[in-house]
Design a protein around this ligand. Structure first.
Ligand code: NAP
Ligand code: ZN
Length: 351
């Protein structure tokens, strides 16, 4: 074991403070990564504040699952990484590798999946600690290759916001000739816009923030619909092949079902703890479907990263020192971030 610097919360209402955590020394299949940047996902906030009744938070909690860094050490059996390589870690750090989900490249649904933070950690007997830290140790199967041409601060959010939007867009066959809506222009939403545009679709953003219109167009949207404007929403009726909903709070889904074409699909990735009300008529008139999607498997994550490398896609980030993480959470809750916070971990090393 060795000691790593980190920022943790000790209760749902306490601020982040500096702490020291124990990490394992790399075992034969592990890589040790010096963390350079870590994105702040809204899931970090849900978890730090214990907002998910189905996934209670174990304190102290060190969130962070949008990790990019440099390999500092590798175990004797590691074949894919060498010291000095860039590496990324997303939401997963282990799985059994043998169950049907693992064999189908859906490690996120493995009954023995270990999440990057707040999961039981068999190595330490505690829980896993995430990327708000100066280093992390993971099995090389869960370390991703980061294309060399990408800006690292902007690449970090690809490890969650990128794969979470990529995976349902691909599943629904989004591409040329398809009209796609992205609901909520936050961390996930702005990646959804860039990826759907990169895949060749016609992209519309639904936002509650009219002030984000210009940005949405700059990020790649062809059109912007202010979702509070009932007339603007009505004009979109029956026109979308797919809508991807990234909103972090409960809201009315019916206007989006209404905007779908026959056989259209609304996929939820936003994860508020409270249930959404859904009208049966909104679904049955038009054979529409409502589905959900959870991050993505390791193979799909690498495919997304390679696509981003080829298309020069990264997140638009506000780089912050870790000392500003409490302020960043307050701003995230007010939808006041353009469009992802990325923590520069040099600020932690300097402490
Ligand atoms: P975020 O940056 O805070 O973005 C959420 C956006 O939703 C906001 O920017 C805002 O966009 C809109 N919004 C917020 N409150 C709203 C309200 N009350 N009514 C309508 N719109 C509202 O969050 P994020 O990091 O993208 O994460 C979004 C959600 O996805 C979170 O719940 C997170 O836990 C979840 N998530 C799920 C997965 C998965 O695997 N399924 C993975 C990662 C994250 P506008 O200002 O444009 O309206
Ligand atoms: Zn996330």
């Amino acid at each position: 074991m060795y000691k790593a610097k980190a920022y943790s919360v000790s209760s749902p209402t306490s601020p982040f403070t500096r702490t020291t955590i124990e990490r394992r020394d790399p075992t034969p299949h592990d890589v040790q990564i010096e963390i350079l940047f870590c994105g702040i996902c809204h899931s970090d906030l849900h978890q730090a504040r214990n907002e998910w009744s189905g996934m209670p938070t174990i304190y102290p909690c060190v969130p962070g699952h949008e990790i990019v860094g440099r390999v500092t050490k590798v175990g004797t059996a590691v074949t894919n990484f060498r010291p000095g390589d860039l590496a990324g870690v997303g939401c997963l750090v282990d799985s059994d590798g043998t169950c049907p989900s693992c064999r189908g490249h859906y490690e996120q649904f493995c009954p023995n999946a270990v999440y990057t933070y707040n999961s039981p950690d068999k190595n330490t007997g505690k829980v896993t600690y995430g990327g708000y830290s100066d280093s992390i140790v993971v099995d090389e199967r869960f370390a991703l290759r980061i294309p060399k041409n990408l800006d690292l601060a902007g690449a970090a959010p690809l490890l969650c916001a990128g794969i979470t939007t990529w995976s349902p867009l691909r599943r629904q066959g989004v591409g040329k000739g398809k009209k796609v809506g992205i609901v909520g222009l936050g961390g996930l939403g702005h990646m959804g816009v860039k990826l759907a545009r990169g895949l060749g679709a016609h992209v519309a953003v639904f936002t509650t923030s009219p002030a984000k219109t210009e940005d949405a167009l700059r990020l790649g949207a062809h059109e912007v619909v202010v979702s509070k404007d009932a007339n603007a929403m009505a004009k979109q009726a029956g026109t979308f092949d797919m809508i991807l909903d990234t909103v972090s709070a409960v809201h009315d889904l019916d206007p989006y079902l209404h905007a779908l074409k026959r056989d259209g699909n609304l996929t939820l990735v936003g994860a508020p703890d409270q249930p959404h009300a859904v009208s049966a008529f909104g679904l049955i008139f038009g054979n529409k479907s409502l589905s959900g999607s959870l991050i993505g498997g390791i193979q799909a994550t690498q495919e997304m990263l390679d696509f981003c490398g080829e298309h020069g896609i990264t997140a638009d980030v506000e780089i912050i020192p870790i000392q500003k993480v409490n302020e960043a959470y307050d701003r995230l809750l007010r939808s006041d971030v353009k469009y992802r916070f990325s923590i520069d971990m040099a600020s932690l090393k300097a402490e």
